[in-house]
Each structure stands twice: as C-alpha cells, then as structure tokens.
Ligand binder design. Structure first.
Ligand SMILES: N=c1c2ncn([C@@H]3O[C@H](COP(=O)(O)OP(=O)(O)OP(=O)(O)O)[C@@H](O)[C@H]3O)c2ncn1[C@@H]1O[C@H](COP(=O)(O)O)[C@@H](O)[C@H]1O
Length: 109
C-alpha cells in the first residue's frame, strides 16, 4: 500500500494514465472527455461541499468531501499539464515565509 505522503503522486499517475481511454470504463476518462470547464466546475462543487461539511457536518463527512476535492483538483492539474511536483516546489519555496509577512510585502508593491 502507498505511503500516505505518496498517495497524491500515485493518484495523479493513475489519473494521467486515463487520458484518452474509454469514458464508459473510467470516471476520470469521462471527466477528461467532458473538458476543462466541466473538470473545473466539479472541483468547485466539491470544494463548496467541503466547506459545507466543515461548517455543518461531521469529521467523517469532511474527510470524504476533502478526498473528493483533492481527486478533482488532481484531475484539473492533469488536464492543465501541471505536475504535482510543481505545486510541492511552490509550497517548499514558501516554507519559512509567514503568510502575514507575505501579504504585507504584496501591499507595498
Ligand atoms: N478518488 C477518486 C474519486 N473520488 C471521487 N470520485 C468520483 O467522483 C464522482 C462524483 O460524483 P458526482 O455525482 O458528484 O458527479 P457525476 O456523477 O459526474 O455527476 P455530474 O455532476 O457530472 O452530473 C463519483 O462518481 C465518484 O466515484 C472518484 N473517482 C475516482 N477516484 C480515483 O481515481 C481512480 C481511477 O478511477 P477511474 O478513472 O474511474 O478508473 C480510482 O481508482 C480512484 O483511486
């Protein structure tokens, strides 16, 4: 079984492998076939469902909706050709920079 830290990478690999495959056999292939607008819409819907779970449902619902949101975000990245490593690198670049300091530096520009 995948190490937790690798699960997003492994899921991304599975998702990317579904490009151009039969939409009747794979939900991911169906999403790719429906296009970026639909993929982005699904991501947005799942994100809103995650917000609702956090505000008015239980932890189990929040976990489930979070997983749905992450899956759809990975499909969106794959459709746009963004590899997870790019996002990890951006997060790593931000390590050690307080969000408050970063916002102040933006306000001065
Ligand atoms: N993690 C997921 C995952 N999370 C959510 N979903 C699917 O996302 C769908 C969301 O359901 P909705 O009713 O919101 O969406 P919908 O049926 O498309 O409805 P519309 O809004 O489009 O009308 C469900 O069919 C879920 O099964 C996922 N489908 C696949 N995966 C992973 O992707 C892998 C590959 O899946 P396939 O591409 O289907 O082989 C799987 O092994 C899983 O690991």
């Amino acid at each position: 079984m995948a190490q937790d830290s690798n699960i997003l990478e492994e899921l991304y690999t599975v998702i990317a492998s579904r490009k151009g495959t039969d939409p009747d056999k794979s939900y991911t292939a169906k999403l790719f076939a429906r296009g970026r607008g639909k993929i982005a819409q699904k991501f947005g819907e799942e994100a809103v469902e995650t917000v609702v779970a956090a505000l008015s449902e239980g932890k189990d619902e929040l976990v489930g909706e979070s997983a749905d949101t992450l899956y759809h975000l990975l499909v969106l990245w794959a459709d746009c050709g963004v590899e997870p490593a790019k996002v990890w690198a951006e997060l790593a670049r931000r390590t050690g920079t307080s969000g408050i300091d970063e916002k102040k530096s933006r306000a001065k520009k």
